[in-house]
Design a protein around this ligand. Structure first.
Ligand code: KIV
Ligand code: ZN
Length: 497
């Protein structure tokens, strides 16, 4: 079996998605879950882009033990120096530097020439080598870069000391066999290619990221850049769980990873919940319906022999159908244990806050499942927000005009208002607007129930525009009107500081 290195960029390319931003504590939580999952490299951020990103790379470097911590830079000296400083505590560190190599980038982005870009590429690698041994170089938009020129760049950066060369299909344009041929061309035409590892980095704009990645691997790439749930710029990146399970299901490919696949599901839920980014129900491997058989013929087949219709065992990805369901009689220890299995470590006051919320939910809903437990962890974060809902009362129904009254605490002071609306959510939001008198527009509003049943928790995602900026809010509650107001308040809390 040949080893394939897994480079996870959930905390960099994934976190670039509008509305998915995490704070440092949350990023550490994800980094630790990635470590337990068995990824080889964690791309922890782009340190020069903001003090928050810099700090996250520092803290993740301290918190994580065995994966390599990688920091992204442009092929610019200052970026490289800042990245080196951010990585100072990492036990194993890598600088990921690079530049655009396609005609589009060279001509329009840099107003430059192929020769000059080649020189800048070599200079960037040499500069990074002054600070770290492990330097990865990306040829941005390699997917649309001429193969002969690409080979020249790859050869030059390896000669300059690059240990890994990343061949991104930045725009998600390549067809699988074209991307595979690109890697093959490099393997055959770069004289020093054996001194470095070629890496795939495929975007999913045309839904081909996973196919392109596998095609790259079959042609010689030995590192793949992936994200949990395939999150990332635009249509996202290649998803880690798909690559890990393809290689597990197709042992004949003779390629293995270090991924502990039984941690896939919990890591997926953790990332989805922290980033407020729902996983589409039919998402391969981790979607709610990925193992749900609804047609009678399929159900009959699976009952007779699981393998008739299932190519993966749900337990292989960590879906434990027999997992203990928590109820109102479960204690703190059981809740703490379940959270820990899902990658969330809490103690002391934090556990107390989550436990109180747990008891409130358990009163309304008989069985508390993993999604509920992760949502409760989110309530602990909401408890620190400046604006909090104190009470909400809504009257609506047939033949009456919906009316809502609301009380909110702002920095410890109580404010109250009432309003009508064309529905219960509209009335509640109108009342809230009377208290928070800022210009804001609700742009997007989605409601999703977690499982099934009228007593279930509803999740609400909202986008609220204020002063030309979009803020993302999230709420979850068995009362859908309350969940909607929670989501609105969550968004407001991001601009009313
Ligand atoms: O898609 C891309 O080209 C990237 C690079 C910065 C690696 O994310
Ligand atoms: Zn990318």
């Amino acid at each position: 079996m040949e080893k394939l290195f897994i480079f996870d960029t959930t905390l960099r390319d994934g976190e670039q998605v509008p509305g998915c931003q995490l704070n440092t504590v949350e990023k550490i939580q994800v980094a630790k879950a990635l470590e337990q999952l068995g990824v080889d490299v964690i791309e922890a951020g782009f340190p020069v882009s903001s003090p928050g990103d810099f700090n996250s790379v520092v803290e993740i470097s301290k918190a994580v033990t065995w994966p390599t911590i990688c920091a992204l830079t442009r092929g610019v000296q200052k970026d490289i120096e800042v990245a080196a400083e951010a990585l100072q505590y990492a036990k194993k560190k890598r600088i990921h530097t690079g530049i655009g190599t396609s005609e589009y980038h060279i001509k329009y982005k840099f107003n430059s020439t192929q020769e000059e870009i080649l020189e800048r590429a070599v200079a960037a690698v040499k500069h990074a080598k002054k600070y770290v041994e492990d330097v990865e170089f990306y040829c941005e938009d390699a997917g649309r870069t001429d193969n002969v020129y690409l080979a020249k760049v790859v050869e030059a950066v390896i000669k300059a000391g690059a240990t890994v060369v990343n061949i991104p299909d930045t725009t998600g344009y390549c067809l699988p066999w074209v991307y595979g041929e690109k890697i093959k061309f490099l393997m055959e035409n770069v004289s020093n290619v054996h001194k470095a590892i070629l890496s795939t980095h495929c975007h999913n704009d045309l839904g081909m990221a996973t196919a392109n990645t596998i095609s790259g691997v079959l042609n010689g790439a030995r590192q793949v850049e992936v994200t949990i749930n395939g999150i990332g710029e635009r249509a996202g990146n290649t998803s880690l769980e798909e690559i890990a399970m393809i290689l597990k299901c197709h042992k004949d490919l003779n390629i293995e990873t270090n991924i502990n696949t039984q941690r896939i599901y919990s890591t997926s839920r953790l990332v989805s919940n922290l980033m407020n980014m729902p996983v589409q129900p039919n998402k391969a491997v981790v979607g709610r319906n990925a193992f749900a058989h609804s047609s009678g013929i399929h159900q009959d087949g699976v009952l007779k022999n699981r393998e008739s219709y299932e190519i993966m065992d749900p337990t292989d990805v960590g879906i434990d159908k027999n997992a203990i369901i928590l109820t109102a009689r479960s204690g703190r220890a059981a809740l703490k244990h379940r959270l820990s299995v899902l990658g969330v470590e809490v103690d002391g006051d934090k556990l107390d806050i989550i436990y109180q919320e747990f008891l409130l939910l358990a009163d309304k809903k008989k069985d508390i499942n993993d999604d509920d437990v992760l949502l409760l962890a989110g309530k602990e974060r909401a408890s620190k927000e400046r604006i909090k809902i104190d009470y909400l009362q809504v009257t609506s129904g047939v033949g009456i005009k919906p009316v809502a009254s609301i009380g909110v605490m702002i920095a410890g002071e109580k404010f109250e208002a009432a309003a009508t609306g064309n529905g219960p959510v509209d009335a509640a939001i109108n009342a809230l607007r009377k208290i928070i008198n800022r210009e804001m527009n609700l742009q997007e509003f989605t409601i999703q129930s977690i499982n099934k049943g009228s007593n279930d928790v509803g999740k609400v995602h909202m986008q609220v525009e204020h002063a030309g900026v979009i803020y993302y809010g999230f709420g979850a509650n068995t009362d859908i009107v309350t969940a909607s107001v929670e989501a609105y308040v969550n968004a407001i809390n991001q601009f009313v500081k």
